[in-house]
Design a protein around this ligand. Structure first.
Ligand code: KG4
Ligand code: ZN
Length: 334
């Protein structure tokens, strides 16, 4: 069996990334150029700024990825790129470069769904055979997905309002933590007590959907009330209580989905999978319930191109290639 070497490109949000991965498993390089430093100033990702940065960075990042892998573009078997969802102007940079390279070098082109990438980040670490449940928690997504077969997805539940990472980032801003706030809340929560009762939106009985906007508003109300009464607020306790509410909802919904679908393997993905409270709770629940739980190491949780190249391998095997009509799509279902 010939090995398949794929160059992956990811520009859906605020990381410009390129990677070289063999057979969807072996990472030869994974270069990530983060834009957090510039977007921090604005308290969030500014789409126009992100697109310009991607344009400046994309070619050097691709060159570095090939250099680190010790190969030339001629030796690559296919070029994979995130086609959506994400910021359309940001996605377009990756898609345009991938198309140009594929055309110039006569290589197959593979458009990859960003969420499929997050799920397949796990393949870089362990060998995963479907079926399994995937919990995708990131700045833009909160989804429970049944992976029936390689590349075959069934969405069981999703957020009705804010994504979980978005809730972390918004709450962080209200307690004056820098952007992106998720890791700061995580750190602060470890020094506080989960002593404040914030609401946990479970929605109707049996629902696998999520809602985090009420929780976010409850934190804001708590802060406003305390300020009006001139009461002292403990930010660490707020962080710990907020995080606990999120963890409880996520664990409950995941448990319900695992039972409903009679699955025994859980695969976690997305930037918020870096959260220590969520990791601990899911691992502990898995142990208690007898599930196998896979959570990628933190550098594979957040956006990176190795995960895109990993997901592309299964499309390559099925010969699911894209042509020159491939386009960037801001919202795209799995
Ligand atoms: O997957 P990702 O890099 O980008 C998207 O595709 O959205 O996820 C970024 C999100 C941000 O909202 C960030 O605050 C959150 O992941 N995040 C965390 C932690 N590390 C990153 N949230 C909670 N705890 C963390 N340790
Ligand atoms: Zn992502």
């Amino acid at each position: 069996n010939k090995s398949v070497t794929i160059l992956g490109i990811e520009t859906s949000c605020d990381e410009t990334s390129a990677a070289v991965v063999v057979n969807g498993k072996k990472e030869l390089s994974n270069v990530i150029s983060s834009q957090i430093d510039i977007h921090k100033r604005y308290g969030g990702v500014v789409p126009e700024v992100a697109s310009r940065r991607h344009i400046d960075n994309i070619l050097p990042v691709i060159e570095e990825a090939l250099d680190k892998a010790g190969i030339t573009i001629e030796e690559v078997d296919a070029i994979a790129v995130t086609k959506g969802p994400g910021l359309v102007g940001a996605l377009l940079v990756g898609v345009s470069v991938a198309k140009a390279l594929a055309f110039a070098k006569q290589k197959p082109l593979i458009g990859v769904h960003h969420i499929a990438g997050h799920i397949y980040a796990n393949q870089l670490v362990v060998d995963l055979q479907p079926p399994y449940l995937s919990l995708i928690i990131s700045g833009g997504h909160t989804e429970l997905v049944k992976v029936t077969d390689h590349g075959v997805f069934e969405i069981l539940g999703q957020t009705l309002d804010d994504a979980v990472g978005e809730a972390f980032d918004k709450v962080a801003r209200t307690i004056e933590l820098p952007y992106p706030g998720g890791p700061h809340i995580d750190r602060l929560a470890q020094t506080g007590q989960a002593s404040i009762e914030f609401p946990k939106a479970m929605l109707e009985e049996g629902s696998l959907d999520f809602s985090f906007s009420g929780l976010k508003s409850a934190v804001l109300n708590y802060l406003n009330k305390s300020r009006m009464k001139n009461e002292e607020v403990n930010h660490a306790d707020i962080a710990a209580s907020f995080q606990k509410a999120v963890v409880d909802v996520i664990v409950a919904k995941t448990e319900l989905a695992m039972e409903k679908m009679q699955l025994s393997r859980l695969v976690v993905a997305g930037g918020v999978a870096a959260n220590s409270g969520i990791r601990q709770a899911l691992l502990a629940t898995g142990q208690q319930k007898g599930w196998q739980v896979n959570i990628p190491p933190i550098h594979y949780c957040t956006d990176n191109a190795a995960m895109i190249a990993a997901a592309a391998y299964y499309l390559y095997e099925k010969q699911e290639f894209s042509d020159m009509s491939l386009n960037a799509t801001a919202s795209l279902s799995l």
